[in-house]
Structures are given as structure tokens and as C-alpha cells.
Design a protein around this ligand. Structure first.
Ligand SMILES: [Zn+2]
Ligand SMILES: [Zn+2]
Length: 240
């Protein structure tokens, strides 16, 4: 009750326009998108068929057997899941997270639910996909680091922001960049800065978006080389 009242008062005091449709956001918890836009955003509920490895959306109905898209066969992570499709409220929230080191409550809850829907319960170390030093200085925060801390607070699994590093400053991914170019740009971008902290760990790698999988696969390759026994990937959104 108190929350409802305070959200209502906050929305009155600081009316914010939805970044998608420009209606006013009535609930402060929804962040920068209104309830209607959140409702139109495809969020996975755990009943749809996803590629058992990379989490690609395959069909609306649940299949009784494990299904694979096979585009991810060569990727180095063990499994990847996301809260939903990179569109509407989820896409706008991901963009906002790059500008501001804060995840609104709705986004936090969706990310936490995605963790519980995925079978990642044996993970014992959360590692955010790192930014290069240059990008970190430009931005002032790592959006994946913010998400890693959200999960840490909920699950009490420890986070490690230092053992994986991005040694090469790669250009920001533009929409025009095709899959091959993207893969090449991240292929050798990561290194294990403290391999002794990674050895024998079941790592949950966290990022904002899963696009082609090239970034998280490159990270997983480095983590496995440093001795990680498994690498799971959890992102807020994934490309359809
Ligand atoms: Zn809206
Ligand atoms: Zn797949």
C-alpha cells in the first residue's frame, strides 16, 4: 500500500513521458516505459520453446523434448537465457541502463525471474561482461555490472567484476554491422585478468543484450580456458 501511494506521489511529482509512446508513466517502478508498452513487450514466461542452448525463441507452445536452433552449436557457453525479446519496453530499458547506473524495479524483477526460470541454480560466481577501460571511463559505469549486482542482492551469489577484462576497445556495435563483422570485432577482445579466481567455478555471465552470441561466446571461451567448469549466460533481452 505504502509503495503504491509513494509510486503514485512520485509519478505526480516527477511526471515522466514513456520513452516509446510518450504517454505518462504512472508507476515509478516501470522506469522509462508505461504499463501499456510493458504489456506489449514479449517477456518469456517459461512455457515457450526456446533453443535449449542459446535460448533463441522457437515457438509459443512448449515442446516435450529439448530443441536446438543449431546456430549456436559452436558457441562456448553451456546455456544462455534472457528475460524477453529485445523490443519496446525491454529495448528502451536496456538503452536507459547505458545512460544511468540504475535498473527500475520492473526491470530488476524480470531479470530475477529470468534467473529462476533458467536452470542456473548451481552457479557460484556472477561475472558481468566487461567494458574496455576507455568505454568505462566514457560511460562511468558498466550496465552489465549493474545487472550483476541486482542478481547478487537477490541470490547472494558473489560477483566478480575484475577477473574478466576487455583488453581491446572495439567500436560500438551498429545495427549495420553484420554478424561476421561483430564476431571478428570481439573474437580476441577478452582476457582472464585473474584466472585463479575463475578456476573450477560455475560462472553466470551477465550482459544487457544477447545479439548474435559472439560477445558472450568469446567471454565463455576465455573463462573456460581459465578453468571455469561451466559458463551460463543471462541477459535482459535477446534479439529475436
Ligand atoms: Zn508507452
Ligand atoms: Zn541455439
Amino acid at each position: 500500500m505504502f509503495n503504491q501511494v509513494s509510486n503514485f506521489l512520485l509519478a505526480l511529482a516527477y511526471p515522466q513521458a514513456c520513452h516509446i509512446c510518450e504517454r505518462s508513466v504512472e508507476d515509478f517502478s516501470d522506469g522509462i516505459a508505461c504499463r501499456k508498452c510493458w504489456k506489449k513487450t514479449r517477456i518469456f514466461c517459461g512455457k515457450e520453446t526456446l533453443c535449449d542452448k542459446c535460448g533463441a525463441f522457437l515457438s509459443e507452445s512448449e515442446k516435450p523434448v529439448k530443441t536446438f536452433c543449431h546456430r549456436c552449436d559452436l558457441d562456448y557457453y553451456d546455456a544462455a537465457r534472457a528475460a524477453g525479446i529485445y523490443e519496446k519496453a525491454l529495448a528502451a530499458s536496456v538503452i536507459q541502463l547505458k545512460n544511468e547506473p540504475h535498473a527500475a524495479k520492473t526491470l530488476r524483477n524480470l531479470f530475477i525471474s529470468a534467473f529462476y526460470n533458467a536452470d542456473f541454480h548451481d552457479a557460484n560466481l556472477i561475472i558481468p561482461v566487461p567494458l574496455s577501460k576507455q568505454r568505462f571511463l566514457e560511460r562511468g559505469h558498466n550496465q552489465a555490472g549493474v545487472l550483476a549486482d541486482v542478481l547478487k542482492k537477490e541470490t547472494k551469489i558473489k560477483t566478480d567484476h575484475k577477473s574478466l577484462a576487455r583488453k581491446i576497445h572495439t567500436p560500438a556495435h551498429r545495427a549495420a554491422m553484420d554478424e561476421k563483422a561483430r564476431e571478428l570485432s570481439v573474437k580476441n577482445a577478452f582476457e582472464a585478468a585473474r584466472p585463479e579466481f575463475i578456476k573450477n567455478q560455475i560462472v553466470l555471465l551477465v550482459d544487457d543484450v544477447f545479439t548474435s552470441g559472439a560477445t558472450v561466446s568469446a567471454c565463455a571461451k576465455v573463462l573456460k580456458k581459465a578453468g571455469a567448469s561451466k559458463v551460463y549466460v543471462l541477459t535482459v533481452a535477446r534479439a529475436n
